[in-house]
Design a protein around this ligand. Structure first.
Ligand code: NAD
Length: 295
């Protein structure tokens, strides 16, 4: 049994930490929201009044936080309280620069670190089937594996510091493009009088095959269960997709790479978010595209 400090017990962090508890580890947790801490307590996590209390005595620290600024601020807070040799696994999705700064902070204090964003959403977090994209030394990736095995089904070493975040950003830029393209294709099909089921049956088994359609179909009652069957409640919220697609554009700008479709998908998501009644699942963009007239 290991002692693990877990900071950030939100939609993703709580089920991930809960799986570590179920596997027999001692998990000390901290979150800034009292209701979240209460839910964590009920799940068997030892809750702490401050972030630094959750890391004293821990040999591994996991963070699952909203953005790079918060990750760096939490690391500045907890690193002095960490015992020597601790491994920090940051599972948050953040920009590559912040990830590299986080590695530098850990290295200065003699601690191990990997950036380790995830794919698989809240259902994957609950089921323990997340995919982890690891950035950092081979040794630190190996040290993280026993814990990642419990929370996920697959770990991919992507390269040195920041490489996990780079992989995550590229993947989610493509997801933004495929989901908006799919929304357009399905909306056009409906306008042309095609039944949803017929479109799914054709496209899911032909060259239109993609994860967005086959695994996360944005048409209710068609294909596997998805947020479309629950009025587009997230799932993966549009605000998070805007964050990830924005990070991709930031990285494209910094590296000088042209990504016109990634740019356009981000713009479409921003317009959808501005006109949507609430922060719907990102696949809900089909409902917005359907209301648009050709200009
Ligand atoms: P969330 O907002 O539900 O959880 C974040 C938690 O961090 C919240 O509980 C918040 O109170 C806590 N927090 C904020 N500042 C803090 C601080 N200073 N100290 C301690 N706790 C603090 O978000 P989430 O959906 O769990 O996402 C977490 C990360 O995972 C994000 O980076 C997100 O982009 C990424 N992610 C989310 C999904 C998804 O489907 N939700 C999928 C993949 C990756």
């Amino acid at each position: 049994m290991a002692t693990i400090g877990f900071i950030g017990l939100g939609n993703m962090g709580l089920p991930m930490a809960t799986n570590l508890v179920k596997a027999g580890h001692e998990v000390l947790g901290f979150d800034t929201v009292p209701e979240t801490l209460q839910a964590a307590k009920e799940a068997g996590i030892i809750t702490c009044a401050e972030a630094k209390d959750a890391v004293g005595g821990a040999e591994t620290v996991i963070t699952m936080l909203p953005n790079g600024e918060i990750v760096l601020s939490v690391l500045n807070d907890i690193i002095p309280a960490c015992e020597s040799g601790v491994l920090i696994i940051d599972c948050s999705t953040v920009d590559v620069d912040s990830a590299k700064q986080a590695h530098a902070l850990a290295a200065e204090a003699g601690l191990g670190m990997i950036d380790c964003p995830v794919s698989g959403g809240i259902t994957g977090a609950a089921a323990g089937t997340l995919t982890f994209m690891m950035g950092g030394s081979e040794e630190n990736c190996k040290r993280a594996e026993p814990f990642l095995d419990i929370m996920g089904g697959r770990q991919v070493p992507c390269g040195e510091a920041g490489a996990g975040q780079a992989a995550k950003i590229c993947n989610n830029m493509l997801l933004a493009v495929t989901m908006t393209g799919l929304g357009e294709a399905l909306s056009l099909g409906r306008k042309l009088g095609l039944e949803d089921q017929a479109m799914f049956d054709v496209m899911s088994t032909s060259s239109g095959f993609c994860w967005s359609l086959n695994n996360y179909c944005p048409m209710p009652g068609i294909g596997p269960q998805s947020p479309a069957d629950n009025d587009f409640k997230p799932g993966f919220a549009t605000s998070l997709m805007i964050k990830d697609a924005g990070l991709a554009q930031q990285a494209a700008e910094a590296s000088g790479q042209s990504t016109p479709l990634g740019y356009q998908a981000l713009e479409l998501y921003k317009q959808f978010a501005a006109e949507a009644p609430e922060d719907l699942d990102f696949s809900g963009i089909i409902t917005w595209l359907e209301t648009k007239q050709r200009g």
